[in-house]
Design a binder for this molecule. Structure first.
Ligand SMILES: [Zn+2]
Length: 222
């Protein structure tokens, strides 16, 4: 049985509740207005949310952060060091980065991270994996227990498995909000190389045994 529970808002955007020994890690917070359904899903699981972990700082992933942080004053709030800047609405680019404007909704949040993360760190059972391209500091999270990959928007599965490096006409949003597609394609390849057993995206259903579908999506975007 999987350690993760998907909570979807309108079938369009997901958050995940990841079971750990001390309670739950909430991955992403969806759009504004999602705090109540997320909190009820956690209470159905009968465990407290200990951590709020953000894959990236777009509005459809941080939309309920402030409400949830207020409701969960003891929870840690975690995001990559790079996307923490987007969380404070700082859209500046570093000299070494592609000088392409950051796209997508970056509304910022009042909530400050309690700690910022670098690739290679772990949060409970989840290993932080760099997944830049959609935003400069997006991260994916690999569950070391079973190989499930929570991939943020590096891949979406709504309307078919696709990388955010290619516009899926059935669900164009992730590609339209992508900062730098060549970097996103490199990320798609790097995540595929992790051989995940399941792919848990920000948008769409969880896909088991996703490797062939990931290969096809990479080929379409290449
Ligand atoms: Zn998204």
């Amino acid at each position: 049985m999987s350690h993760i529970t998907r909570v979807t808002r309108f079938g369009i955007v997901n958050v995940y509740l990841v079971a750990e020994e001390d309670g739950l890690t909430l991955v992403d917070t969806a759009i504004a207005g999602s705090a109540k359904p997320i909190l009820s899903a956690a209470s159905e699981l009968g465990a407290p949310i200990r951590r709020i972990l953000l894959t990236h700082a777009h509005s459809d992933h941080i939309g309920s952060l402030d409400r949830l942080a207020a409701a969960l004053p003891d929870a840690e709030v975690l995001i990559s060091t790079r996307d923490a800047r987007l969380l404070r609405k700082d859209k500046s680019l570093d000299p070494g980065e592609p000088q392409t404007k950051i796209r997508g909704g970056v509304p910022g949040a009042k909530t400050k991270p309690t700690r910022t993360l670098e690739p290679g760190e772990t949060v409970g059972s989840l290993r932080v994996v760099a997944a830049p391209g959609h935003t400069p500091g997006q991260i994916a999270l690999l569950d070391g227990r079973d190989g499930t990959l929570l991939c943020g928007d590096a891949y979406s599965t709504l309307g078919g498995v696709e990388t955010c490096a290619r516009t899926n006409p059935r669900f164009p949003l992730p590609a339209l909000a992508t900062w730098h597609k060549p970097t996103a394609l490199e990320t798609a390849r790097a995540l595929r190389a992790l051989d995940p057993s399941a792919l848990a995206p920000g948008h769409g259903k969880v896909i088991d045994s996703p490797l062939a579908a990931m290969d096809e999506a990479i080929a379409r975007a290449s």
